[in-house]
Design a protein around this ligand. Structure first.
Ligand code: A2P
Length: 266
């Protein structure tokens, strides 16, 4: 709308949206919701480029949309980096502030990049849960898969709250509550604070504790699909692990059994 909230013009070809709400989970993690541009279409699991109108040439960073494609608001889950070029400012946004967004959503963590199967495993660490927050609220996920298992590993318990509330909220969601009933399992662990379950997901899967805890059949490319989102090292390690089980990376042009995406923003 051409607003110049900080004295800088909104760049051409970007959406200028209003912050609706902000929630701080820890001193490292927060989520925020913004208005959704009428014209924006995206697939659940995709990311957009987000910035602030606080410079002549604003800095943009990739953010997975955490809200589902049917939602009339956009939700994001972000890290706060004290000297992060974008997040040192973004962590201070308040309702009513302007956030800018480039127009083209994109990304590889989409249902269409996977061939059909019975179970879907979403493996995440930290803010890597964001694209799965979108997919878990998308009816298409349940059209395609019978059973969904979301793993979320964080440093400490407080960082797990976003995902715990997300999964608890599925049950009471008027739109998808019935569809998701009894079909979604959340598997949490922490690595730097004592909690009921500790360890990296790679170790928990590797040792078999993951299957034992949930009473599940082992991961198998015949019956299962995997989506992975986390830090670069996490992606590499989890991808290697599932490739040893026979999973192969898919894309929109060549759907297969596993897709990976970095949880961006440092
Ligand atoms: P750890 O505490 O052992 O590093 P971050 O917030 O730094 O992105 O980390 C989120 C979670 O991801 C932490 O629990 C962290 O464990 C875990 N993690 C980091 N690297 C890997 C990896 N290569 N494989 C699996 N999990 C990882």
């Amino acid at each position: 709308d051409g607003a110049e909230p900080l004295g800088f013009p909104i760049p051409a070809n970007v959406h200028a949206e209003k912050v609706i709400s902000v929630r701080h989970y820890t001193d490292r993690l927060f989520s925020f919701r913004i208005t959704r541009p009428q014209s924006l279409r995206f697939r659940s699991g995709e990311f957009v480029m987000i910035g602030l109108p606080n410079a002549e040439k604003p800095i943009f960073r990739a953010y997975s949309v955490a809200s589902p494609a049917w939602d009339d608001e956009l939700e994001f889950f972000s890290i706060k980096v004290p000297d992060g070029p974008l997040t040192q400012h973004l962590q201070k946004v308040q309702p009513g502030d302007t956030v800018i967004m480039r127009q083209k959503p994109t990304g590889t963590l989409v249902l269409d990049a996977l061939t059909p199967a019975r179970r879907l495993f979403m493996i995440s660490t930290g803010t890597g849960i964001a694209p799965f927050a979108s997919l878990l609220r998308d009816p298409d996920t349940y059209e395609k898969f019978e059973r969904v298992v979301l793993t979320h590993t964080c440093r400490d318990k407080a960082e797990l709250v976003y995902g715990q509330e997300l999964v608890a909220g599925l049950q009471t969601d008027p739109l998808i509550g019935e569809l998701t009933h009894g079909r979604v399992t959340l598997y949490n662990s922490t690595t730097r604070e004592d909690s009921p379950r500790m360890g990296r997901i790679t170790a928990l899967i590797g040792s078999g504790k993951f299957y034992a805890d949930l009473g599940l059949e082992k991961l198998d490319p015949e019956t299962d699909r995997v989506m992975i989102c986390g830090s670069m090292h996490m992606l590499k390690d989890v991808k290697e692990l599932v490739e040893t089980m026979g999973f192969r990376e898919g894309s929109l042009s060549q759907p297969a059994s596993v897709v990976v995406e970095r949880a961006f923003v440092g």
